[in-house]
Design a binder for this molecule. Structure first.
Ligand SMILES: Cc1ncc(C[n+]2csc(CCOP(=O)(O)OP(=O)(O)O)c2C)c(N)n1
Ligand SMILES: [Mg+2]
Length: 583
């Protein structure tokens, strides 16, 4: 263009015009950035490939997965760890549906996440004319999400993203779906107008202060207790009110039980932990303070034998952010509604030197029960059977992890989940991520990637061989991003155990059985990771120690006695039995 030197470029040149406009792609990324979102977990394709490229070009981290469910699980756990919505981005119809499982799981577990999916043309979808990946995604998402929104005009992207963020994290957190049609992404609008349309969300999850009379009522009920108990749920861990919760437990002197993801809120070795006497305290307590724990199936709905029905009704004090949680399963004597930090602080205001300490009789009975069970567990853990069983393998892992209290632990399986939850102590809050409210299989590698990317710290994933299979291909993702994830596969040749047989004597193996002696360690080697094959606790100790020291992607194939597990782990009672087969 040397020949035009000295001439003034006309104001309406194509270059100037391009500068003066923006489009849907840029507005989505700008809206996320404006709200301090720094990572997207996703999987590319039509129509979001350029959105992913642009995100990376604009300085966001785009972590690409091999299946959207795992990207969604990574986003969900990032949301749980940070109280900021984790973002999952997918293509339309099948990609969206793959992500929807994770969105539903996030909503069930109260993890804040946003599933952003590209979608096909509304005009064609609504007339069912057979578009590429046609689906009415917004309506499909609605029953499984806390909220679902669609944006049709580029100037509404800012509002759409803001609504999604606020819906995900305010009140009870959950999964939000944001539908972005392909046409929206390429829509152009004036750049200044576009910039002005963006919304920075102020105070996305405002504190919710409990009513003083509800606090007074709760304190009265607590003071009336003879055998009080505190139950900490993952809502308590999510709240990041760690100091206040610890102070409440310690100042009141009340024994406490953590639900699995609340482990580590106070160290599991804390003398007030009643975990080792769980059945005893649930049955015997007369007043129970629930903090961010729901009385769902995991707590036997707050009634029946587990809760000592024969001892008469319990009195519950329940702290929850959602008023509709109250009386969901049993009558609640004293609801305290608000955010957990504010509610616990308010209760602390009434727990002074005059607050009655729990009776020594109650504490002594718990201590005695605890010691008995801990001795029993120590004897079980001390055994060295060959082949190795769940307990001897977990003893080895427990002893290594004790040296690394800040490790993130992912855990799923049946026996592998139930035994690991009981044996592996947690020392810090929000370090244990597991199958959660649904008891779902498949969160493993998604949670592992999410936890590693979010914390930048080591992850150890203790996985049943069946559980691992649901997300195993993400080993490639772990290797691609060189994440410090050590996956330990408890390989007992199957679902629950590997010893079932086909009663017909036919060639097909039983429904619960896998290929015998599979070498999961070789899977990670395909992607440049390090594989270990171990058959004894000593080998497991060595492999895990080396893995953690290396900080590299590793997988330990831990061979477990194939006859050691029980059907459904500890949930045997939930299996309906065939009357015809019992004969
Ligand atoms: C999505 C999903 N599908 C199926 C199940 C049923 N299920 C519960 S545990 C489990 C696997 C248990 O086997 P494994 O992970 O090998 O653990 P083990 O008991 O052998 O240690 C399955 C398939 C589930 N919970 N979630
Ligand atoms: Mg198994």
């Amino acid at each position: 263009m040397a020949e035009v030197v000295g001439t003034i470029e006309p104001q309406t040149s194509p270059a100037a015009e391009a500068q003066a406009t923006t489009d849907g792609f840029h507005l989505v990324i700008d809206a996320l950035k404006l709200n301090d979102i720094d990572t997207i977990f996703g999987l590319v394709g039509i129509p979001i490939t350029d959105l992913a490229r642009l995100a990376q070009a604009e300085g966001l981290r785009f972590i690409g997965f091999r299946h959207e469910q795992n990207a969604g699980n990574a986003a969900a756990i990032a949301g749980y760890m940070t109280k900021k919505p984790g973002i999952c981005m997918t293509v339309s119809a099948p990609g969206f549906l793959n992500g929807l499982t994770a969105l539903a799981n996030a909503t069930t577990n109260c993890f804040p996440m946003i599933l952003i999916s590209g979608s096909s043309e509304r005009e064609i979808v609504d007339l069912q004319q057979g578009d590429y990946e046609e689906m009415d995604q917004l309506n499909a998402a609605k029953p499984y999400a806390k909220a679902a929104f669609r944006v049709l005009h580029a100037e509404d992207i800012g509002i759409g993203v803001a609504r999604a963020i606020r819906a995900a994290v305010s009140g009870r957190p959950g999964g939000v779906y944001l539908d972005l049609p392909a046409k929206l992404l390429s829509q152009t609008i004036d750049a200044v107008k576009g910039k002005e349309s963006l919304v920075k969300v102020i105070d996305a999850a405002p504190r919710q202060i409990p009513a003083p009379d509800s606090v007074a009522r709760a304190l009265d009920v607590l003071k009336s207790a003879k055998r009080p108990l505190i139950l900490l749920g993952k809502g308590a861990a999510y709240a990041q009110a760690d100091r206040e919760i610890r102070e409440l437990v310690e100042r009141s002197g009340i024994p406490y039980l953590p639900m699995s993801m609340a482990k580590g809120l106070l160290p599991d070795t804390h003398e007030q932990s009643a975990s080792a006497a769980r059945s005893f305290v649930l049955a015997e307590a007369d007043v129970v303070l629930l903090i961010g724990a729901r009385l769902n199936w995991l707590l036997s709905h707050g009634k029946g034998k587990t809760w000592g029905a024969a001892n008469g009704p319990k009195k519950f004090v329940q702290i929850d952010i959602a008023p509709t949680e109250i009386d969901s399963n049993v009558a609640i004597a004293a609801p305290v509604i608000g955010d957990i930090g504010s509610c616990v602080s308010a209760l602390l205001g009434g727990i002074d030197a005059s607050f009655p300490r729990p009776a020594a009789e109650w504490l002594d009975a718990i201590a005695e029960k605890k010691q008995k069970n801990l001795d029993k567990m120590a004897a079980t853990l001390a055994k060295n059977p060959s082949p190795m069983n769940f307990h001897s393998a977990l003893r080895a892992i427990r002893d290594v992890l004790k040296q690394h209290p800040d490790i993130n632990l992912v855990n799923e399986g049946a026996n592998t989940l139930d035994y690991a939850r009981a044996v592996i102590d947690m020392y810090l809050p929000r370090k244990r991520f597991d199958s959660g409210t649904w008891g779902v299989m498949g969160i493993g590698m998604g949670f592992a990637v999410g936890a590693a990317v979010t914390s930048g710290k080591q992850v150890v994933a203790i996985e049943g061989d069946s559980a691992f299979g649901f997300s195993g291909m993400e080993l490639e993702t772990i290797c691609r991003y060189n994440l410090p994830v050590c996956t330990v596969v408890f390989n007992n040749n199957g679902v629950y155990r590997g010893t079932d047989v086909n009663p017909t004597g036919g060639a097909d193996v039983a429904p619960t059985v896998f290929v015998k002696n599979a070498r999961y360690d070789r899977m990670i080697e395909a992607f440049g990771g390090i594989g270990y094959h171990v058959t004894t606790p000593d080998e497991l100790t060595k492999a895990l120690t080396e893995s953690i020291a290396s900080g590299k992607p590793t997988l330990i194939n831990a061979v477990i006695d194939e006859s050691a597990g029980t059907e459904s782990g500890r949930l045997t009672n939930l299996n309906p039995q065939s009357a015809a087969m019992k004969k």
